[in-house]
Write a protein that binds this ligand. Structure first.
Ligand code: NAP
Length: 517
């Protein structure tokens, strides 16, 4: 296939008034479209359910973004059955044809970009730049995985021996259950689903209960791009009601999950148990949380370090799995960096994301708001709060002010547990060895970073920093598809490296076929 070389989707320039005006138009248009109903889609049919899930705007919880179907085990059974029969023909569809559907979906998403951004603003409370990065990443996943499938479609070279032909190639696996989180409802949901689909599998897609409208929008784009009925089945519902059923069912061949460690471990455990009639060991791709650290040593450019710390800690209100939630500072520069971080954080524009200047909006949902508020109480007992306010009751929006704790002990809960909100714990280290030791003293291993001008320190961290994605002298969020494959190890996940060259093979069965002549 003659395709242009892969390149990342560029971000919108919000200093251009034309873009700002166009975005205001999209917000108005989507605003007029709020409150609609989004049923399940199984085998191309719209399926009504007895119950529904309301999705609300986190910046204004009384505003309903949409009413989404609420699947029960009955509909989950239907979706698994449909996906099982659709697998027969989809798995035989040529890889080129499958890839073209992703490319077409990418083109549609590009055309509808501002509308997709607007849904993110309403349903996720994302600031414009964050929403833009989300949709750009989703487009990247579609473009990148289409090309990856073309690269892998004929398998890989192996050596041969005289008189034989030795082949090594990949085949689709079966029905994949894709379970998505709420924090990247366009990008991660698109990435996980499209990878499973382009490799010839069929999918039962369960979006997060908090962002199912965005999931419905992505599903519509993939449908419009020409996916045959039954290949992607949209199954919104509560994880607590249908999650175990989907994961345990004998028809499920693999599970692709992104979310919390707790749910990920449960999925791993349930998937391991063989069910009646099950003829395979389920494959589990699980990407979970983090307690990510940015280390600043005494040789670093302190202004740049403070700037990137603030962006990494508070971008999307700290609700990125890659967010910096621990700053580990060398004792000699501790006070200076802390002061710079406090100043820069105080200057952040926090509010309802209705213009491009807003840097940080609300946290995404009520349980998350309560969880963060609870950690602020814990933090007040454990360390010194140098910035932040007590959150209100959330009734006017789930807003939490950027919060900083200093003099945090490495054993403190706010230094060890994933808060997933705008709360930064600042820790002190005697030297670089101790800083790295503190950074690594966590069961997680997702992202991490070092700010330093010391070559020895960087080389040491290159091998010793225990995280799937390690960044030097920059922020630790915003991995680019195809450039910075993303995923963690330890209890942060199976290190699947989404957006990288090893990702698609996780969704396929490698086969070796040998013919002797
Ligand atoms: P979550 O509570 O674990 O939920 C994730 C998904 O799992 C949701 O769709 C949820 O459904 C579903 N679920 C809940 N219980 C289930 C069960 N028993 N069986 C199957 N599925 C079930 O996580 P979250 O709060 O949405 O996401 C935040 C977490 O994701 C954070 O820990 C963050 O670090 C992590 N994350 C990791 C990455 C990465 O790449 N490593 C990326 C993004 C986010 P409901 O919505 O109905 O509960």
């Amino acid at each position: 296939m003659g395709l242009p070389a892969y390149k990342n989707e560029p971000y919108l320039d919000w200093s251009d008034e034309k873009n700002v005006e166009a975005m205001r138009g999209a917000l108005k248009k989507v605003g007029d479209d709020l409150g609609r109903e989004y049923p399940l889609i199984v085998g191309g049919e719209r399926v009504e359910t007895d119950g529904e899930i309301p999705s609300v705007n986190p910046a204004n919880p009384s505003q309903v973004v949409g009413h989404v179907g609420r699947a029960t085990e009955r509909e989950a059974d239907m979706a698994l059955e449909t996906a099982t029969s659709a697998f027969e023909s989809w798995s035989r569809t040529e890889p080129e044809a499958r890839a073209r559907i992703l490319l077409r979906a990418a083109a549609t998403m590009q055309r509808r970009k501002l509308e997709m951004l607007a849904w993110e603003v309403y349903e996720s409370g994302k600031p414009w730049a964050e929403a833009d990065a989300q949709v750009a990443e989703a487009i990247d996943f579609l473009e990148y995985y289409a090309r990856e499938m073309l690269r892998l479609k004929d398998g890989k070279d192996v050596y041969s021996v005289a008189g034989e032909e030795n082949e090594y190639f990949y085949q689709p696996m079966g029905v994949g259950v894709v379970i998505a989180p709420w924090n990247f409802p366009t990008a991660i949901l698109t990435g996980m689903s499209s990878a499973a689909i382009v490799t010839g599998n069929t999918v039962v897609l369960k979006p997060s209960e908090h962002t199912s409208v965005t999931g419905a929008k992505v599903t519509a784009i993939l449908e419009e791009a020409g996916l045959p009925e039954g290949v992607l089945n949209f199954l919104p519902g509560y994880g607590s009601e249908i999650g175990d059923y989907l994961v345990s069912d004998a028809r499920t061949r693999f599970i692709s999950f992104t979310g919390s460690m707790k749910t990920g471990l449960r999925i791993n455990e349930l998937a391991a148990k063989q069910q009646e009639g099950q003829r395979w060991i389920k494959r589990v791709i699980v990407e979970t949380g983090g307690k990510d650290a940015l280390v600043v040593d005494d040789s670093a450019d302190l202004d740049a370090a403070a700037e990137d710390l603030v962006k990494s800690a508070y971008g999307y209100a700290g609700q990125k799995c890659s967010a910096a939630s621990r700053a580990i500072l060398h004792q000699d520069i501790y006070d200076e960096v802390l002061q710079k971080v406090v100043e820069k954080t105080r200057a952040l524009n926090v509010g309802v994301p209705n213009n491009p200047e807003v840097f940080m909006g609300p946290v995404q949902n009520e349980p998350q708001f309560e969880k963060v508020a609870n950690y602020i109480e814990v933090g007040d007992e454990e360390a010194e709060r140098v910035l932040g306010e007590n959150p209100g009751d959330g009734g006017q929006g789930y807003f939490v002010k950027p919060t900083i704790y200093s003099e945090v002990d490495s054993e403190a809960r706010i230094a060890r547990e994933e808060i997933f909100g705008p709360v930064l714990s600042v820790l002190k280290a005697r030297d670089f060895d101790e800083a790295l030791k503190i950074a690594n003293d966590t069961p997680y291993g997702l992202t991490g970073g070092v700010y330093s001008r010391n070559r020895d320190h960087l080389e040491q961290a290159r091998t010793e920093f225990k995280a799937g994605n390690v960044y030097f002298n920059r922020g630790i969020t915003g991995a680019l598809v195809g450039v910075q494959p993303f995923g963690g190890y330890g209890l942060s996940g199976t290190d699947s490296k989404a957006g990288g060259p090893d990702y698609l093979p996780l969704h396929m069965l490698p086969r070796t076929v040998v013919e002797r002549f």
